[in-house]
Design a protein around this ligand. Structure first.
Ligand SMILES: Cc1cc2nc3c(=O)[nH]c(=O)nc-3n(C[C@H](O)[C@H](O)[C@H](O)COP(=O)(O)OP(=O)(O)OC[C@H]3O[C@@H](n4cnc5c(N)ncnc54)[C@H](O)[C@@H]3O)c2cc1C
Length: 474
């Protein structure tokens, strides 16, 4: 029997699944169709190269210690284009009370390991600095299986430290609310610290002391990217599957049903696609809507994973627009500083892209969990706000030569307290249905490498199941 696999969603998760399926079998033995709602592939990954510089609308990098994105890039022939961050520039600033402050040395994964450097920081008042000593004397926080990151950190380190240093560093990745994020998923080492000893600072210090000593040279970059932007990974995947996978853009799926011999996939336009197997690689709220045959509790768990609306503004300036040196990778903005921008990246300082170095690209981030009005604004209003804030934060009064708003509605899943159990419940229900795989950034890891890993594993399991006797859902 020729198997026909439908992949729903053409972000990095769905594209990787389609690519792996294609590689797993000769083209004759397997038909693969990829159904993407929008008019382009890549999902939140989008690189604008129209101005001769790399402007990322979504991710700009992947963590090196999670090798899947690097491996996939190499496999697709992009090995020569992989690069680390600019070795001459390290770290970012925190914008507080109208100016930039250094992140105190020794803050690792949001936890201070050197109290001497905190002593001099302008980010904390004297009372807030003294409050850090509470971490040494307060009893342990009892944790059953999970706790909100904010609850743990505020108790041990105090509100000032959390709001101005830990939250921008830790919850920024998720555009999340530190008082709701799951520690077990987003910073599991902190739960281990709290179980080993009561002081987070002392445990983080032990961890830092146990790390191998830095060599003489520049430490290797924690992040990697591609010389022409992360969009080149999407372009390479699209090229690799061309002609072997039927890619249907503008094909929003409205419903997936079980049928004899597999699945009926109804497109919103009315077309029906039949498949023996289906990989659902869409956001959780979409999966909940499409998969009406899943048990109610699993659909509820899917729809309980909230998402934050985000926007990224990419802008290109003349070098003369800046009257300060862009000597770090950019800046983070804690909440309560009177601006909507949550962070900025000084692209030219962070990366050495293969692009036009006479221009200065900047990225600005907008959107936090719980802010539902961000995307109600027009592009013009958002750009006007951006220019005003660039004036206040960076003293830039010139208009950029080019600026573009990347709108990312429901762009970032929120891993709230109890997420691990929620994800396990969804997985358990999905596994009851032969030929069904659910993947995406809402399971266990929002990063590009996490999405690739999940797609690799899901396809491996799907292909392995084909050689086993068929089983019906219980
Ligand atoms: C601003 C931003 C910055 C980020 N920065 C980084 C970073 O630097 N490093 C990093 O590792 N990660 C980063 N991430 C996270 C990472 O980019 C994402 O988690 C990952 O790209 C998600 O991929 P995905 O394929 O699971 O989902 P998506 O990219 O959301 O793709 C899902 C696809 O499904 C389609 N779809 C939805 N519904 C349907 C339907 N009914 N029928 C058919 N198709 C449908 C959508 O149109 C979309 O193309 C960032 C994310 C954002 C938003």
């Amino acid at each position: 029997m020729t198997r026909r696999v439908a992949v729903v969603g053409g972000g990095i998760s769905g594209l990787t699944a389609a690519f792996r399926l294609m590689k797993s079998h000769g083209a004759d033995a397997l038909e693969i169709v990829l159904l993407e709602a929008s008019g382009r592939l890549g999902g939140v990954i989008q690189t604008d190269a129209s101005q001769g510089v790399v402007l990322e609308g979504g991710p700009d990098s992947f963590l090196r210690r999670k090798p899947e994105a690097i491996q996939l890039s190499e496999e697709l022939g992009l090995g020569d284009e992989l690069m680390g961050t600019n070795p001459k520039v390290r770290g970012s600033y925190i914008f507080h009370r109208g100016h930039f402050s250094d992140i105190p040395l020794g803050v690792q994964a949001g936890i201070p390991t050197r109290l001497d450097t905190l002593w001099g920081t302008e980010l904390l008042s004297m009372g807030e600095k003294l409050r850090l000593w509470g971490d040494h004397v307060l009893p342990r926080q009892p944790i059953a299986s999970d706790i909100a990151l904010g609850q743990l950190l505020r108790y041990r380190l105090g509100d000032g430290y959390v709001d101005r240093i830990a939250a921008p560093m830790l919850s920024g990745i998720y555009a999340g609310d530190i008082d709701k994020l799951s520690t077990a998923v987003t910073a599991p080492q902190l739960i281990a610290y709290q179980r080993r000893g009561r002081s987070l600072i002392q445990e983080a210090q032990k961890q830092a002391a146990a790390a191998p000593p830095p060599g003489n040279g520049t430490p290797p970059s924690i992040f990697a990217s591609l010389e022409r932007g992360v969009g080149s990974l999407i372009a390479a995947l699209a090229a690799a599957i061309e002609g072997r996978v039927e890619v249907r853009l503008h094909s929003p799926v409205g419903r997936v049903d079980r049928g004899i011999g597999g699945y009926h996939i109804a497109l919103e336009g009315g077309d029906l696609v039949e498949a023996t197997d289906v990989v659902v690689a869409v956001p959780a709220y979409q999966a909940a809507r499409l998969l009406a045959f899943l048990e109610g509790s699993a659909r509820e768990q899917l729809s309980q994973i909230p998402y934050a609306d985000l926007a990224v503004i990419g802008a290109v300036y003349q070098p003369g627009a800046f009257n300060r040196s862009l000597d770090k990778t950019g800046f983070l903005v804690p909440q309560g500083e009177g601006v909507d921008m949550t962070a900025g990246t000084w692209v030219r300082s962070k990366w050495h892209y293969r692009d036009d170095v006479s221009k200065v690209p900047i990225r600005a981030f907008y959107g936090r969990a719980g802010n539902r009005t961000l995307l109600e604004q027009s592009d013009e209003a958002m750009l006007a706000r951006f220019r005003q804030e660039m004036g206040y934060i960076m003293g830039v009064t010139d208009a950029p030569d080019y600026a573009r708003v990347f709108r990312i509605p429901q762009g970032m899943p929120q891993y709230l307290v109890g997420h691990r159990e929620r994800a396990a419940g969804i997985r358990a229900e999905a596994s009851r249905w032969p030929g069904l795989a659910l993947i995406g950034s809402y399971f266990d890891g929002v990063g590009v490498p996490d999405c690739i890993r999940q797609a690799n594993q899901a396809v491996e399991a799907m292909v392995a199941s084909w050689s086993k006797p068929a089983h019906a859902p219980q």
